[in-house]
Design a protein around this ligand. Structure first.
Ligand code: FUC
Length: 802
C-alpha cells in the first residue's frame, strides 16, 4: 500500500526484473471511498447515521440512494430562523441597562471565592425566549430533492452507494431487469451548484418524477417551467426570503412540467440535475439582509446548465483535487472489500484494515472541511453544512468555547489554509456587534462575544449558565494569528489578524482586574467552560489571555507597532498565567486548588496550554506537562466525540503516541457513525475535524518553533509515510518511516530562514541535501538538526543506516 503515495507508475521489483504497473491497476480497492450495500433509511436517523455528504462550502446535500425513491436532503448555510427579522432581536444584548450588575457579581466573587454560574446568568445573561431561541434562531434544512422512479423494483441486484472523497463524487448503482442504473452527485464550488446525473445502460431506460419538498415552517410556492422547478417563499420566523431551483436536463425521452411544480421524465437515456439555493441573507450588521436571491440564483443555474455535465464534472474534479491531493497519508493500510459500515464495525480485528480505516477517516476530515468551508461562505457550523431538522441540536450554530475553533484545527496543518477564510471573515464580522456588547455589559472598549453565536451577530450572553464565556473572541483571535504563522502572509497579518487581535486585547485590558490576593491581573467573572463555580482567574481564561498577549506582542513586532509591543509586555508581566500544580499533582483548573479528582467532565479546558496552546510541553515545562497528564488521566478517556478528538491532540502534544492512538481507536469504536460522521451524540462535526488534527499532531508538530517530526508515533503505525503537511514558517513537510523510525524527511522551505528539525533518529548519522543533491551544511545537537534554507527550496534529510 505504501506504493500508493508515489505519483506516476509504480515500480515493482520482481526478482531481478523491473515491472512497471500503471497506478490504476495496482490499486486493489479505492482507498478513499466510503461505500455501502444499501440505501440510507428515509428517516432522520437514516440521515444522521447513513446518508453521504457532499458540499461546496455554501451548500451541502446528503445522498440517501433509495432505489425507487431517491432523496437528496440539501442545505444552504445562510438559511436560519431568528435574527433581525424577529421582533425584539437585540444581538443577545440586554433589553435595558443593568447598572452595577457586573460590579455586584465581581464583589461577590471577591468575597465568596466562587459563586454559582446561575447567579452570573441571572445578573448578566439574556432572558430565555419563548419558544426557546426564538430570537437567536437555528440553522434550517432547506429541503429535499425527491426522485420517484415508477419502473424500478424495490430490491435490485448489485446495489452500491458510495462517496469517493478523493474525487468528491457520490454515487448509487444497481441492476434491475438487466439494466445497470447509475446516479452520480457532486457539489461544485466553481459553479456554485449541486449536480446530479441519473443514467441507465439501456437507451431510454431512465424515468422519474422530480419534486422539491420544503419544511412546513415557511411559505412556499412551487412551479415548473421548461424543466426548471422553482420553490420559493419566506421563513415564518423572520421573513427570510429563500428560493431553490432545479434544472432537469434530459438526454432523450420526454420531459413534462407538472402543474404541482414537479417535473416528469420518461424514456430518457440520462438526465442531468442542477440544483441551486439562495436566500436574502447578507453577512452585514445590523440588518443582515441582502437582495432577493431570484436573479442571482437564476443566473447561476443558467450558467451551470449551459456548461453541461462533462464540463461541470471536470471543473469540479480539478477544483476538488487541487485541495484534496495536497496531503497523502499512508499507514500501510489495505482496504478489504467490505462496506464501510462493516469496516467500522470490525475495527480492531485486522491491522491492515484498521490502518486503512484510519487513513480514510483522516482524509474524511479534510474532505468534510473542503465540502463545508469555502472562501466566501459562512464557516462550518456544528454540523458543517448539513442539517436535516428545523430545530437541530444546539441550533447547529457556532459554539465558540471550543467547537468552532476545533472545526478549523486541521485547516493549516493539513494544507487547506485558504479554507479558514470563512472563519476569519466570521470573526471579523463579530466585531461590530461585539463592540456594542462589550460596552453595554462591561463598560469596556474592544469587542466581545460569548459562548455561542448565530449568523446575525449574536454576541451577548445566553440564557444558560454554560454560556458565560467572554474569552471566545480571544481564542478565535489566536487562530487568526496561527494562520499567519503557518502562511507568513504579511498582508493578512496587517489587514485582518492584527487589527482583530488588537481590538480583542483592548477589551481584555478593560476587563482584567487586579487580584487583591496577589496583585496579578485576572479575568473576573471567569469560568472553566461548563464546569464548576464562577471565580476569578480560572486557568483557561488566564491561559488564553497569556497566548493572546504573547501573540499580540509578537504580531506587533512583526508589523512594527512599538507601542503595542510595550503595552502587551506590560500586561504579560502582571498577568496570572493560569498554571498551577495542585494538591493531587494535577494542573489546576482554577486558581484555587479545588479540582475534584473524580471529575470526568468532557471539557478539559485547563489543558488549553497543552493544546491548542503552547505554554506547557514535555519539551519545555516537564513538571507542568506531568501535571497535565495527571489531570488528563483523571478525566479518563471517556467523553463525547469531540472530547475524545481533543484528547488525541492532548496525548500527541504530551508525546504519547500509543495513548493518542488509543483515543483515536475509542473515537472510531464509540463515537463514529456508519457514514463516518462524528457523534457527540448526536452527529456533531467537530470530532471529525479534531481527529484529523490529532492524527496530524502525532506526525508533525511545530508550535514550539522546532519542527518535531513523528513526535507521537504509535506502535500501530510502525511503517508509513505522509506528504504535504504544513508547518509554521510556511514549510511543507513529507516524512517516511519504517519500523517506528524516521528514515527520511523532505522539506520545502517557506520563509527561507533557519530551520530546526527534531527526531530521535537525528542522534545518528544524517545527510542533508538540497535541490540537485547539493549538500547542505547543518549542525546536529542531540536529536535536533539545524540548517539555513532558501525560500522555496527543497531539502532532503536522510537518516543513514548502515
Ligand atoms: C459545548 C459542549 C457540548 C456540545 C455543545 C455544542 O457546549 O459542551 O458538549 O458540544 O458545545
Amino acid at each position: 500500500m505504501m506504493t500508493r503515495l508515489l505519483a506516476g507508475p509504480i515500480v515493482l521489483l520482481l526478482g531481478a526484473a523491473l515491472t512497471v504497473v500503471p497506478v490504476a491497476q495496482a490499486q486493489a480497492a479505492e482507498p478513499y471511498t466510503l461505500w455501502y450495500d444499501e440505501p440510507a433509511p428515509d428517516t432522520n436517523q437514516g440521515w444522521e447515521t447513513r446518508s453521504l455528504p457532499i458540499g461546496n462550502g455554501a451548500m451541502g446535500a446528503t445522498v440517501f440512494g433509495g432505489v425507487q425513491a431517491e432523496r437528496l436532503q440539501f442545505n444552504d448555510k445562510t438559511l436560519w430562523t431568528g435574527g433581525p427579522g424577529v421582533a425584539d432581536y437585540n444581538f443577545g444584548n440586554w433589553d435595558a441597562p443593568r447598572p452595577g450588575a457586573l460590579e455586584a457579581i465581581r464583589e461577590r466573587i471577591w468575597k465568596e471565592g466562587g459563586i454559582s454560574p446561575n447567579d452570573v446568568l441571572a445578573a448578566l445573561g439574556l432572558k430565555s425566549d419563548t419558544p426557546r431561541h426564538r430570537r437567536f434562531g437555528a440553522y434550517q434544512s432547506f429541503g429535499d430533492l425527491r426522485l420517484a422512479f415508477p419502473d424500478l423494483p424495490a430490491d435490485p441486484a448489485g446495489y452500491r452507494r458510495d462517496l469517493d472523497i478523493a474525487r468528491g463524487v457520490a454515487g448509487v448503482s444497481f441492476t434491475a431487469g438487466g439494466v445497470r442504473h447509475t446516479r452520480e452527485y457532486f457539489a461544485s464550488a466553481p459553479a456554485g451548484v449541486i449536480v446530479g446525473r441519473v443514467a441507465a445502460d439501456r437507451p431510454g431506460g431512465v424515468a422519474f418524477t422530480a419534486r422539491i419538498a420544503v419544511p412546513g415552517n415557511r411559505s412556499a410556492t412551487a412551479s415548473a417551467k421548461d424543466g426548471r422547478l422553482t420553490v420559493k417563499g419566506a421563513l415564518h420566523s423572520n421573513g427570510m426570503a429563500y428560493e431553490t431551483q432545479l434544472q432537469v436536463l434530459n438526454e432523450g425521452g420526454t420531459r413534462t412540467d407538472n402543474p404541482d411544480g414537479s417535473v416528469t421524465v420518461t424514456g430518457a437515456d440520462a438526465v442531468v440535475l442542477i440544483l441551486g439555493t439562495g436566500t436574502d441573507y447578507a453577512p452585514d450588521y445590523p440588518a443582515y439582509k441582502g437582495d432577493d436571491p431570484h436573479a442571482r440564483l437564476t443566473a447561476r443555474i443558467d450558467g451551470a446548465a449551459a456548461q453541461g455535465y462533462t464540463r461541470l464534472l471536470a471543473a469540479h474534479r480539478a477544483d476538488h483535487a487541487a485541495l484534496f491531493d495536497r496531503v497523502k497519508l499512508d499507514l500501510g493500510g489495505a482496504l478489504p472489500a467490505v462496506p464501510t459500515d462493516d469496516l467500522l464495525a470490525r475495527y480492531g480485528q485486522d491491522p491492515a484494515a484498521d490502518r486503512a480505516l484510519e487513513q480514510l477517516f483522516y482524509q474524511y476530515g479534510r474532505y468534510l472541511l473542503i465540502a463545508s468551508s469555502r472562501p466566501g461562505s459562512l464557516p462550518a457550523n456544528l454540523q458543517g453544512v448539513w442539517n436535516v431538522l428545523d430545530a437541530p441540536p444546539w441550533q447547529s450554530d457556532y459554539h465558540v468555547n471550543i467547537n468552532l475553533q476545533m472545526n478549523y484545527w486541521p485547516a493549516e496543518m493539513t494544507n487547506l489554509a485558504e479554507l479558514a477564510q470563512p472563519l476569519h471573515a466570521y470573526v471579523d464580522g463579530l466585531r461590530e456587534p461585539g463592540r456594542v456588547t462589550a460596552k453595554q455589559m462591561y463598560g469596556a472598549r474592544g469587542w466581545v462575544a460569548h459562548h455561542a453565536s448565530n449568523i446575525f451577530g449574536h454576541t451577548g450572553a445566553w440564557d444558560h449558565p454554560a454560556y458565560f464565556f467572554p474569552e471566545s473572541g480571544a481564542w478565535l483571535s489566536l487562530q487568526l494569528y496561527d494562520h499567519y504563522r503557518f502562511t507568513l502572509d504579511k498582508r493578512f497579518l496587517k489587514r485582518t489578524a492584527y487589527p482583530i487581535m488588537k481590538e480583542t486585547a483592548q477589551f481584555w485590558l478593560d476587563f482584567l482586574q487586579n487580584d487583591p490576593r496577589d496583585g496579578k491581573l485576572v479575568a473576573i467573572p471567569s469560568r472553566s467552560p461548563e464546569i464548576g463555580p464562577t471565580t476569578a482567574g480560572a486557568s483557561m481564561s488566564q491561559q488564553i489571555l497569556w497566548h493572546l498577549f504573547t501573540d499580540l506582542r509578537e504580531a506587533a513586532e512583526q508589523v512594527g507597532d512599538r507601542r503595542q509591543v510595550d503595552a502587551a509586555a506590560k500586561v504579560l508581566a502582571k498577568l496570572d498565567p493560569g498554571l498551577r500544580i495542585g494538591r493531587w499533582g494535577q494542573l489546576q483548573e482554577w486558581k484555587e486548588d479545588i479540582d475534584d479528582p473524580a471529575e470526568t467532565h468532557r471539557h478539559v479546558s485547563h489543558l488549553f496550554s497543552v493544546h491548542p496552546g503552547r505554554q506547557v510541553s514535555p519539551r519545555t515545562t516537564p513538571e507542568l506537562a506531568a501535571a497535565a497528564k495527571v489531570s488528563l488521566e483523571a478525566r479518563t478517556d471517556a467523553g463525547t466525540g469531540w472530547s475524545k478528538a481533543w484528547k488525541i491532540n492532548f496525548w500527541a502534544r504530551l508525546l504519547d503516541g500509543d495513548r493518542a492512538h488509543k483515543l483515536l481507536r475509542d473515537q472510531l469504536q464509540t463515537s463514529t457513525l456508519a457514514n463516518l460522521w462524528d457523534t457527540h451524540p448526536p452527529f456533531q462535526i467537530d470530532g471529525n475535524f479534531g481527529a484529523t488534527s490529532g492524527m496530524t499532531e502525532m506526525l508533525l508538530q511545530s508550535h514550539l518553533g522546532v519542527l518535531d517530526l513523528l513526535p507521537a508515533l504509535p506502535g500501530a503505525w510502525a511503517d508509513g509515510r505522509v506528504a504535504g503537511l504544513r508547518a509554521r514558517g510556511a514549510h511543507t513537510v513529507d516524512l517516511a518511516w519504517a519500523s517506528g523510525r524516521l528514515s527520511e524527511a523532505r522539506l520545502t522551505s517557506g520563509d527561507g530562514g533557519v530551520v530546526k528539525l527534531r527526531n530521535d533518529a537525528f542522534r545518528g548519522e544524517v545527510r542533508v541535501t538540497a535541490d540537485r543533491g547539493r549538500p547542505v551544511a547543518f549542525t546536529a545537537d542531540g536529536d535536533t538538526v539545524t540548517f539555513r534554507t532558501r525560500p522555496g527550496e527543497n531539502y532532503r534529510i536522510a537518516v543513514i543506516t548502515r
